[in-house]
Write a protein that binds this ligand. Sequence first.
Ligand SMILES: NC(=O)c1ccc[n+]([C@@H]2O[C@H](COP(=O)([O-])OP(=O)(O)OC[C@H]3O[C@@H](n4cnc5c(N)ncnc54)[C@H](OP(=O)(O)O)[C@@H]3O)[C@@H](O)[C@H]2O)c1
Length: 323
Amino acid sequence: MSGPTPSAGLGLLFSQATYRAPLPTESFEGQTIIVTGANAGLGRDAVRHLVRLNASRVILAVRTISKGEEAQAAIEEEYGRKGVMEVWQIDMAKFASVRAFAQRAQGLDRLDAVLLNAGIWPKKFEMAEGHEATVTTNVISTFLLARLLLPKLQETSKLTQTIPRMSVVDSDLHKFAKLTTKKDDRIFEGLKKPVTDYDGRYHDTKLLVVLYGRKLAAQMSKSGQPKVCLNFVNPGWCSSGLNVREGAGVAVAKRLLQRSQDEGGRMLVDAIALVPRVEERHGQYINKMRVEKYAAWVYSKEGEATAEKVWAELNEILEKESV
Ligand SMILES: NC(=O)c1ccc[n+]([C@@H]2O[C@H](COP(=O)([O-])OP(=O)(O)OC[C@H]3O[C@@H](n4cnc5c(N)ncnc54)[C@H](OP(=O)(O)O)[C@@H]3O)[C@@H](O)[C@H]2O)c1
């Protein structure tokens, strides 16, 4: 893909420097919500806002239980609300762990929203479950969990006569993805080979999320199943533990452009809120708390053809890993 035009790039910088996310105000009273990667970064701040907005049950899905319990204790102290948060273990780099988590979630009496937030931007090429680790965590496990939790969200839709929401945390960086394997017959196979431009792998995974996610949303609309809103949220560049880089230039850019972790959390919570006309967000890209367009390439002939291949290949992988 050719990437965004210089004016689009400038637009991104301008938006980073000037947009400030307001506090979400929609109530989550009575609702049960799962947040992955909830112990740190944007996920942790999303949990803070969910507790502030009166959610009844918030499940912190974390790799390390003790880190989740530390976040839980701090948020309980901040808001004085106990008995709301629970810490459940999940390792998104292990398919068996994702399946075990989803199995446990089948026991919930309702599931109103899921924030698929856990993600990585590693500095060196590593494998996990036979795929490159960023692909495994940000894409395969994310959609494995999405698919396994979907029936519970649909069940809740029937039960509550509302529209449950599921949001995958994406990024503007999908617009900069090169996805060099896009012309291959087997896109995911090509991604298993070590590459020199490894930093761009993160962008590739965020594009793969968009390509597969739009298809999944379209299939959900056609299925005749109860309505669930699936969307993709871009928090923009926020302070967090992700892709920490040092240097004078980075420090200046951070001061001028970076949003706070709290602002990131606000935007994530907005994406799973039961807002008026929530169904209009289905399949859409949520940026600055409103629906915006994905990268223009996503809607191009090549983008659509690549999405077809991603859909077929990832479905094959997910079918194998679902049991
Ligand atoms: N910060 C930004 O500027 C920005 C911009 C656009 C999109 N995003 C997206 O926002 C999401 C959250 O990132 P962040 O910025 O908050 O980064 P972060 O501070 O590094 O937090 C990432 C979270 O994901 C968890 N995680 C990573 N690998 C995991 C695994 N295998 N199993 C379970 N949990 C795992 C981490 O848990 P551990 O503590 O155990 O590692 C942590 O809780 C990501 O999807 C990221 O791509 C961030």
